[in-house]
Design a protein around this ligand. Structure first.
Ligand code: GP9
Ligand code: MN
Length: 404
């Protein structure tokens, strides 16, 4: 059984990357990772009655590396799948949530690697610690601390829907964050922009709702606007508390907020019929790397959450040694422009493949399936290989089988 890991190592080591101009630019800095609940890319630069939905993020991306062709790759495990992808560069499972089914596995996750390199690691979240089995899974992933809702003052007044609202969440996180030895790796999981997108107080409403008649879509822009405000407040607090300068801040959307069931309203919002290829394009989520003092750049690279771990390790100048990553550094000059979704759909520079149909990316026309065939086979193999790593707990054998 241990020999199965060799097949995996041979597959992923195929594309080992040379150092590039971004290697080590954030060496020794704190890493602040923000999971932005249900945030999709289309809503950035979107306006309601002339008002931007994400005024803060729109400014931030000008001073950041902003990946505009970045996709979520989550399955049924939603937020936890996004966490899993980012920490492990493995795919989530075809059904269920790996956080709940495989929390006892051996992993070699980002927090563990950073901890081995002198970092303190922590996750912050204003909800119950057992949600998505985080309390157990975080131990396997290498988190030193989990600041769950018991570390926060949560009242009827400052919570809504699943838990603590994002603004008090970030405000109350500051003293906890300051208590950590530096450098730290700190993950913040926001919550207010969660289905069904409820704000219970006038003061939290900062933009009019949409008027499609679909309540979820109409309210979505309001909770996104609230999330955006909470990020602005957090950045200000990081600056006031002297944390900002020694940190890199990485923000990602965890998964879609508006499901297929709302395609009718979404077609009004986008002004186009939501065909299957467009539905895939709507799975884009923001990915933003903010390095204080560094100029921003819009990145066209096609990638996804699976690529975050190798990307961050490269920025930090950390070589994880004998590691298994299915993703690839987003700054690599030799990487393939490719993203694979959990259902076997994929996007390349030229094609979008979904629901058994091959589309031209340039104009959305349905093309001969032969163009997607070879890639589709590779995609199936890659997903199955990642599943095998998880289902057979293959990382147990990693250190015993050095690459030849
Ligand atoms: C729950 C929060 C939301 O703690 O992370 O989870 P989701 O429903 O988005 O997966
Ligand atoms: Mn979520």
């Amino acid at each position: 059984e241990g020999s199965d890991i060799i097949e995996v190592e041979n597959y992923v080591n195929d594309g080992v990357d040379e150092p590039n101009e971004m290697t080590g630019i954030a060496k020794g800095k704190n890493v602040i990772l923000i999971s932005m609940e249900s945030l999709q890319s289309w809503v950035l630069n979107y306006e309601v009655e002339g008002q931007p939905v994400t005024p803060f993020l729109n400014e931030l991306i000008k001073d950041s590396f902003y990946f505009e062709n970045f996709y979520h790759q989550t399955g049924q495990g939603k937020t936890s799948d996004a966490e899993f992808l980012i920490d492990n560069s493995l795919y989530p499972l075809p059904s269920g949530a790996v956080f709940t089914t495989n929390a006892q596995n051996e992993f070699y996750a980002l927090p563990e690697i950073l901890r081995n390199n002198g970092y303190t690691t922590a996750s912050f979240h204003g909800n119950n610690k057992s949600f998505w089995n985080r309390d157990l899974m975080y131990k396997s992933l290498g988190y030193d601390h989990f600041f769950d809702e018991t570390y926060f003052n949560v009242t009827d007044d400052n919570s809504v829907n699943y838990g603590l609202k994002d603004i008090p969440f970030f405000e109350q996180s500051i003293p906890l964050l300051k208590s950590l030895p530096q450098p730290f790796h700190a993950k913040f999981i926001t919550l207010t922009n969660h289905f069904p997108y409820i704000l219970d107080k006038e003061e939290d409403v900062m933009i009019p709702r949409l008027t499609t008649g679909d309540g979820s879509v109409d309210r979505y822009v309001q909770t996104v606007r609230y999330l955006d405000e909470s990020l602005k407040i957090f950045f200000d607090l990081l600056k006031q508390n002297g944390i900002y300068e020694n940190s890199i801040i990485v923000l990602y959307g965890d998964h879609y907020g508006i499901s297929k069931n709302h395609n009718k309203a979404m077609s009004q919002v986008i002004g186009k019929e939501i065909t299957p290829d467009l539905h895939v394009e709507l799975q884009k989520v923001p990915f933003i790397i903010h390095v204080p003092g560094m100029e921003g750049k819009k990145m066209k690279t096609i990638g996804g959450q699976i690529d975050v771990k190798p990307t961050l390790l490269n920025l930090l100048g950390i070589d994880p040694g004998n590691d298994i990553s299915f993703g690839e550094d987003l700054f690599s000059e030799t990487r393939k422009d490719f993203v694979i979704f959990r259902d076997g759909s994929f996007v390349t520079k030229e094609f979008i493949y979904t629901e058994g149909t091959c589309y031209s990316k340039a104009n959305g026309s349905v093309i001969d399936p032969i163009f997607c065939e070879k890639s589709s086979e590779e995609v199936g193999y890659e997903l199955a290989l990642s599943d095998k790593v998880i289902q057979r707990d293959l990382l147990r054998f990693l250190n015993q089988s050095p690459v030849e």
